[in-house]
Ligand binder design. Structure first.
Ligand code: ADP
Length: 729
């Protein structure tokens, strides 16, 4: 058997089985075939028909069956099938590409494209003529009988191949996926190459009658194997990863191994034993073929196992992670665990050095609402499973990046370089960032943006040896990045939902409390003032005051205190309307300080005021600040012992007015930092627990914030008030 015959035998066998197998896979994997899938199945069948017929003709030549009547009929049937299949094959190919192009542009077929599809079947009109030629006169090989048909056909095929190569290059340009770009580019180059071979061998008759000519013709015939690559690509695109590549690789590798052993092994060994020992070439060949046949089954299953392992690993990883992600949907508490899982599994399964998921706050930043101590709300994240690198010292106030968005802001390292990296990846760019100095400086090789629609929720950072980043690994990473982005987005939505629900419940609770407080306050205020007046009148009565003066002044003092509490209650319950006129910040702070100066001096406390820049304040800000400052100062003076100091500092930061009230008291224990803001929470024997609640409420009504600044225990409490300043222009 000559190498050419081996090439024909192996090539045609693969050509017959591979597309058939892929076509069956497509049909069996899909419940309903889409139009393009139907064309691809038809393409697979036509390729199978063409190669099977060629195989029949090759086998006929190999076995020397002669040209008896029935043999000729078989040959004519084979030729007929071959010619029908090859003509339809290229029309199908063109047809499929018009669909793929429309799909790449994410639209349905245009009218002009539909017309072009019909036109692509024009060459099939020549089939009756070709079939007539095959069945009349004496039998001759198909290409000879249909030579009139061959040249226009070769030109047509070359045109189709050129056209689809261009389409593929355009699709490659359109796609954002790097591996898809490469596949399409390679397919385009292969189609151009095979188009040139077909033109040279069939239309121009290059090397006619020589060995080269025969090879060229066989290559041209085998060229129709190429569309199987398109089929494979299609299946690949729709993520039947394990399917294409596994089985096709086994078959192709097996064929390549057998071919190499045959040509270079059997031929060389045969020639050598013949020249050296005079053993008949046929005997050696027969023995070696026998050995090869015996080794074929184990070799095939060994290859099968190797490839299966390869794909099993990736497919299993993919399945496992996707199922984890889908089962996680909406359970926001589990996001940190899920991210850990993805990081660990991906690192080990894809043999990477390190995988890390860093989330950006960009996507959720605009809806972050302060609560508690003014910072974003923290949801639990299991610390034992997080890498230590994700956590930094507690006390980071606000970070642009967080481990799980705002889930645990205080525990997250700020890494501005990741934000820089994300801005590099652009707003509409989905491709990974690679060979980037910023990335490399931080010890990573490649970064995949975690993107869903227009929102980037973070980045998947990978550190790996370049050999481990194969096309398949990249595909898996890309799919994973998409899945993780979906999980994060779901989680953010769920978190947002919970936050809003909590806020609503809190509001309802406060509204009821407010109403109740207002009613009680009104009920109490009138009798209180009556009691006070009576006590004062009695105090003026000489006969009574002599005996009861201490009791009466106690009654007046207590009614005053009760009166203040009731006023506070009312102020909390009412929505205060801005009643004050615009004022300047210095003047306002001075007026509040003046109110407390006397009592501070009496208690031996130094009240200091530091004003950085005098700012103009609008009405609502004035009344809010007045109330807030009074409450904070009252608390500060109550907390500070004699000899201590209370400082009010005012400064301007950007467009905001910032005021700090710092006292010399014991400070607020960590476990109370959130609770002190709750209405009616108090640790004082005669406290109302409304002071800080009013501070926060009034500041928020004026568009500002109030929070407790973190400080070490024992160094006094430090409150911060922030108000946006009016733009003056
Ligand atoms: P009240 O002063 O009536 O208790 P607030 O809402 O003003 O109500 O304060 C709530 C609680 O917060 C106080 O009872 C106290 O425990 C704590 N607190 C407020 N300000 C300070 C401060 N400057 N130093 C220490 N603790 C404070």
């Amino acid at each position: 058997m000559s190498p050419l015959e081996v090439l024909q035998l192996v090539g045609y066998s693969i050509g017959a089985t591979l597309p058939l197998w892929m076509g069956i896979q497509l049909i069996s994997r899909r419940r309903r075939l889409s139009p393009v899938e139907r064309v691809l199945v038809a393409l697979a069948l036509s390729m199978c028909g063409w190669h099977s017929s060629n195989l029949v003709v090759t086998l006929h030549g190999l076995f020397g069956f002669g040209y008896g009547h029935s043999v000729v009929t078989v040959l004519r049937v084979a030729d007929t099938i071959a010619v029908i299949c090859i003509v339809f094959c290229y029309s199908f190919l063109l047809h499929a590409h018009i669909h793929l192009w429309a799909a790449a542009a994410e639209r349905t077929l245009k009218r002009s494209e539909k017309i072009r599809i019909y036109l692509s079947y024009i060459p099939t009109l020549g089939l009756p003529f070709a079939i007539y030629k095959i069945w009349t006169h004496q039998y001759a090989p198909m290409l000879q009988r249909t030579h009139l048909f061959v040249i226009p056909m070769a030109v047509w095929i070359t045109y189709v191949l050129g056209f689809i190569a261009i389409t593929e290059l355009l699709i490659a340009k359109k796609t954002r996926n790097l591996s898809e770009q490469r596949i399409m580019g390679t397919l385009a180059a292969s189609f151009v190459f095979i188009g040139i071979v077909i033109l040279a061998a069939l239309a121009l008759g290059l090397g006619e009658g020589t060995q080269l000519g025969l090879y060229l013709k066989t290559l041209a015939n085998l060229g129709s194997l190429l569309p199987s690559a398109l089929l494979a690509y299609y299946i690949y695109r729709y993520r039947y990863l394990e399917l294409i590549i596994e089985e096709s690789l086994i078959v192709a590798t097996f064929a390549a191994v057998v071919l190499t052993i045959y040509i270079y092994g059997i031929r060389t060994i045969g020639d050598w034993t013949t020249s050296r020992y005079g053993v008949r070439a046929g005997v050696v060949e027969a023995l070696l073929i026998l050995a090869l046949a015996l080794a074929a089954a184990p070799l095939r299953s060994w290859l099968g196992r190797r490839f299966h392992k390869l794909f099993e690993r990736e497919a299993a990883l993919y399945r496992q992670i996707v199922s984890r992600i889908s089962s996680h949907a909406g359970q926001y508490q589990q996001l940190p665990d899920l991210l850990d899982f993805v990081e660990q599994q991906t690192t080990s399964a894809l043999k990477l050095r390190r995988v890390r998921i860093v989330l950006s706050d960009r996507a959720g930043a605009e809806d972050t609402q302060p609560n508690g101590d003014g910072r974003a709300e923290a949801l639990p994240r299991s610390p034992q499973t997080r890498g230590p690198q994700r956590r930094s010292a507690v006390g980071v106030e606000e970070g642009s990046l967080s481990g799980v968005g705002r889930l645990e802001k205080a525990q997250v390292s700020t890494e501005p370089w990741v934000e820089d990296l994300l801005s590099l990846s652009g707003t509409d760019n989905w491709s990974p960032v690679e060979s980037n100095p910023l990335l490399e400086a931080n010890g990573y090789t490649i970064a995949y943006p975690l993107r869903r629609d227009e929102r980037v929720s973070g980045v998947l950072l990978v550190d790996a040896a370049s050999a481990s980043l194969t096309e398949d690994v990249r595909s898996v990473l890309e799919v994973l990045a998409g899945q993780v982005a979906i999980a994060i987005e779901d989680s953010r939505l769920a978190e947002e939902n919970v936050r809003l629900e909590r806020k609503l419940t809190e509001r309802e609770r406060l509204a009821i409390l407010g109403q109740m407080a207002a009613t009680v306050a009104h009920e109490i205020k009138n009798p209180l003032s009556a009691i006070k007046s009576i006590a004062q009148v009695m105090g003026e009565d000489q006969s009574l005051s002599h005996e009861y003066s201490r009791d009466l002044s106690l009654i007046v003092g207590e009614t005053d205190r009760l009166g203040r509490s009731v006023t506070q209650l009312l102020s909390f319950a009412r929505k205060e309307l801005p009643s004050e006129l615009p004022s300047r910040s210095e003047q306002l702070i001075q007026s509040v300080v003046r109110l407390f100066q006397v009592s501070a001096e009496k208690d031996g406390i130094q009240l200091t005021m530091r004003i950085d820049k005098d700012e103009e304040l609008e009405g609502s800000a004035v009344s809010a600040l007045r109330v807030a400052l009074s409450n904070l100062l009252l608390n500060a003076l109550q907390a500070t012992p004699a000899g201590g100091e209370v400082t009010i500092t005012q400064m301007t930061q950007g467009d905001e007015l910032v005021i700090y009230v710092q006292d010399g008291g014991p400070g607020i224990p960590d476990d109370l930092r959130q609770r002190v803001w709750e209405p009616f929470f108090t640790t004082k024997q005669r406290g109302t627990g409304l002071g800080l609640a009013i501070v926060r409420k009034r500041m928020q009504e004026a568009g500002g914030t109030a929070r407790l600044v973190a400080r070490a225990n024992g160094s006094g409490a430090r409150f911060e008030l922030r108000l946006p300043l009016q733009k003056t222009n």
